[in-house]
Design a binder for this molecule. Structure first.
Ligand code: NAD
Ligand code: DAU
Length: 331
């Protein structure tokens, strides 16, 4: 299969490209604009006869049209992905997440190309800490931030193009990913690299917010499963039963890195901060037979810490600017 991966130089997209090369015979073309979040080094070492890199923007209709003409399937990861950035400057989120997804949908319609759209559990809003319900594909959309509202908008565009124009698309909404190649702006890599730099980790507010963690490699296997076996027009929620509050995660990082568990600072909370996400992935597991491989968060986190320890050349160039951005906001 000839596969086009948008955003394949980002965190989850690059993990997916590594996964596809290791587990299939597919030929991969990566389309990535190399924004601040994209990094060609995340694709280093992959065989040139399997992976081609195209530097370009998903809003460039001419380029997208050209690439779709030579593609059997598209997996669409490219997005502006960070909530804190969306609170500071929402505009790029509208351009990439909404107009970019629209541009891909029009090309998929013209060339009748199979498309899988990657989305997030944040489209469903948040849950109370004691709510026994988890998100399913019938939970009403209720996004909170500029980021999650533009992802919700992109999901609705995909659904409309399936129904109105017969585009062969599936969708998946996944919970918080961790693993190698994640930008240092995000919670887990920020705290690990803070400790490596001798900076105290920073916890927003009281740290009671819950995220449902899944290893990026498990996200990749789930996406391949949906691409190969998913029913057109369907939405599959991806999660690995990994609910933890932020305070527990920071304390675990500190303990795994041989620091006192309380050696962190509470900082200004995120505006509109979602309290809890939780995924019910029963549909994906029972209908398509998927199961996650990383069932031990502590072990997965320890391996991720090791990766950042040995790959400082990968993350160091972004660290100072990221911390300066947060410092200006008291975070
Ligand atoms: P990321 O920010 O690490 O990577 C995004 C990639 O997209 C970068 O390589 C960037 O250069 C590229 N990109 C951005 N705008 C582009 C444009 N206009 N044209 C072409 N390329 C562009 O993001 P991520 O965390 O890897 O997230 C990838 C996808 O997965 C996103 O759609 C996100 O909404 C979704 N998602 C993320 C998580 C998570 O925990 N990180 C969870 C669920 C879903
Ligand atoms: O749920 C899926 C989403 O997970 C994805 O759609 C997003 O692309 C991805 O960025 C992630 O969103 P979050 O906002 O949950 O992730 P983030 O890593 O920014 O923050 C995780 C939690 O940690 C959140 O409750 C905010 C908190 N936090 C974050 C940072 C950067 C801190 O307490 N301190 C920090 O320094």
């Amino acid at each position: 299969m000839r596969m086009l991966v948008t955003g394949g130089a980002g965190f989850i997209g690059s993990n997916f490209v590594h996964h596809v090369v290791a587990h299939t015979d597919h030929q991969v073309t990566v389309l990535d604009a190399l924004t601040y979040a994209g990094n060609r080094a995340s694709l280093a070492g992959l065989p040139e006869n399997r992976v081609r890199f195209v530097h370009g923007n998903i809003t460039d209709a001419g380029l997208v049209d050209e690439l779709f003409a030579d593609t059997d399937a598209v997996v669409h990861y490219a997005a502006e992905s960070h909530n804190d950035n969306s609170l500071h400057d929402p505009r790029p989120f509208l351009d990439t997440n909404i107009v970019g997804t629209y541009t891909l949908l029009e090309a998929a319609r013209k060339h009748d190309v199979r498309l899988h759209h990657i989305s997030t559990d944040e489209v469903y809003g948040d849950l109370e800490l004691d709510d026994p319900q988890r998100f399913t594909d019938t939970t009403p959309y209720n996004p909170s931030s500029p980021y999650s509202s533009t992802k919700a908008g992109s999901d609705l565009l995909v659904r409309a193009w399936v129904r109105s124009f017969g585009v062969r698309a599936t969708l998946s909404n996944c919970s918080n990913n961790y693993g190698p190649y994640q930008h240092v702006e995000k919670f887990i890599p920020r705290q690990i690299t803070n400790v490596l730099r001798g900076i105290r980790p920073k916890l927003y507010g009281a740290g009671l917010n819950v995220r449902d963690w899944i290893h990026a490699d498990d996200h990749s296997s789930a996406v391949l499963t949906v691409l190969e076996q998913g029913r057109i027009g369907e939405t599959y929620l991806i999660g690995a039963d990994g609910e933890k509050n932020n305070k527990d995660v920071v304390e675990l990082i500190l303990t795994l890195m041989d620091q006192p568990a309380d050696a962190y600072d509470h900082v200004t909370d995120r505006a509109g901060h979602d309290l809890r996400y939780a995924i019910d992935s029963a549909k994906l597991r029972t209908e398509l037979g998927w199961t996650p491989q990383y069932d031990d968060f502590d072990r997965g986190l320890a391996a991720t810490i090791d990766w950042y320890r040995t790959n400082e050349h990968w993350w160091a160039p972004a660290k100072d600017a990221t911390e300066a951005f947060y410092a200006e906001r008291g975070q």
